[in-house]
Design a protein around this ligand. Sequence first.
Ligand SMILES: NC(=O)c1ccc[n+]([C@@H]2O[C@H](COP(=O)([O-])OP(=O)(O)OC[C@H]3O[C@@H](n4cnc5c(N)ncnc54)[C@H](O)[C@@H]3O)[C@@H](O)[C@H]2O)c1
Length: 401
Amino acid sequence: MKQKTLGIGLVGTSFMGRAHSNAWMSAPRFFDLPLHVAMRAVAGTNAGDVAGFAQRWGWQCCTDDWRDLVTDPQVGLIDNCTPNHVHAEVSIEALEAGKNVACEKPLAGTLEDARSMRDAARKAARRGVRTFVWFNYRRCPAVAFAHQLVKEGKLGRIFHVRASYLQDWGGPSTPLLWRFQSKLAGSGAHGDLNAHVIDMARFITGEEVTEVVGAVEETFVKERDLVEGSGGAISGKGAKRAASRGRRKGRSTVDDAVLFLARMSGGAVASFEATRLATGNQNRNQIELNGELGSVRFDFERMNELQWWDHTLPARMRGWSRIMCTDPGHPYAGSYWPAAHVLGYEHGFVSQAADTVLALAGRKPVVAIPDFADAYETQRVLEAAVRCARTRRPVALSEIR
Ligand SMILES: NC(=O)c1ccc[n+]([C@@H]2O[C@H](COP(=O)([O-])OP(=O)(O)OC[C@H]3O[C@@H](n4cnc5c(N)ncnc54)[C@H](O)[C@@H]3O)[C@@H](O)[C@H]2O)c1
């Protein structure tokens, strides 16, 4: 029987554009999907570059105007891989045109943008239109397995959530990319990295953050070299500096690091830390949960492993064990390679593309995908932490609408 086709329209051709192109290309090869995935069209900002990108990654056609995708009847899902300040405009217009939307995280740079996206999604949902947000770390088999263990009651009551996302590419030599401009990014390490660990904490525990009790926000590098355009690679390598054009430096208007303490709805206390200046930690996305019956520990730099402590064992037998989450019994692992033939960064995106297709076909994804309403809850936590840091007083989540 001929399958129905899902046409994808991708917006953005850089870091995430590549990760998502690979995901849409690979998902039907690793997963048996109920819809045929057509990589219909890609939109970028530079016509010359986008043509080469389309050819390289297998997109059928390309454009330098994302609105062409929104009006294309063969596009069923708009995949939004643009910088944060573009998320709302592209997503809302796509939803109003009846397109499903998968948007990169954070949902938006600001709470206001995120709220209007949530409201547009709510309205579109009445017509059967779906939204998804690319919180890809949920789909690491070890993270999804930690969620299963909590759900099965293996940790018992959770006392502690300890989450941090540490990077070190944001030193003084990194230029003023869009990621350091609040009107484009909203925030710095906070929205970029804390968004991920907040989502992971909410996902693994099934609990919500109810209060941010204390927070600190710091911008260590106040000025950075200006660059032509908004980007370059994530660390600015290869970005063209604007030194020869007169003004050489611009002010960084985002945080380099945000740390905060919080309470969770199930009674756990939690700590979160995001920084781009944790020298020696390149992409250390970590979360640890300590429960009455056991603990789990995850570190993305060893993403195939989940550390497990069984507190029900006699004291003399207790110790951390390393579970390789590559067994067919672990979430997603059976769709890829034989046990211990490890997965990498790209597989989280491939798995999310597959789950998105399942969801659009009315099937259950392996792991729930946050929609705009869910990602808005993460955005509220981001906002509460910033308000707490700036006012130096606790902020209840009920204060953030
Ligand atoms: N899920 C993750 O782990 C992860 C990792 C990195 C980035 N991100 C998120 O993905 C998004 C994009 O980040 P990136 O690293 O790919 O950024 P990037 O700067 O590498 O790429 C942004 C792309 O958007 C395009 N673009 C900008 N404005 C546009 C417009 N008006 N119309 C069409 N295209 C436009 C640019 O040409 C570029 O191709 C951000 O929201 C970021 O937070 C998520």
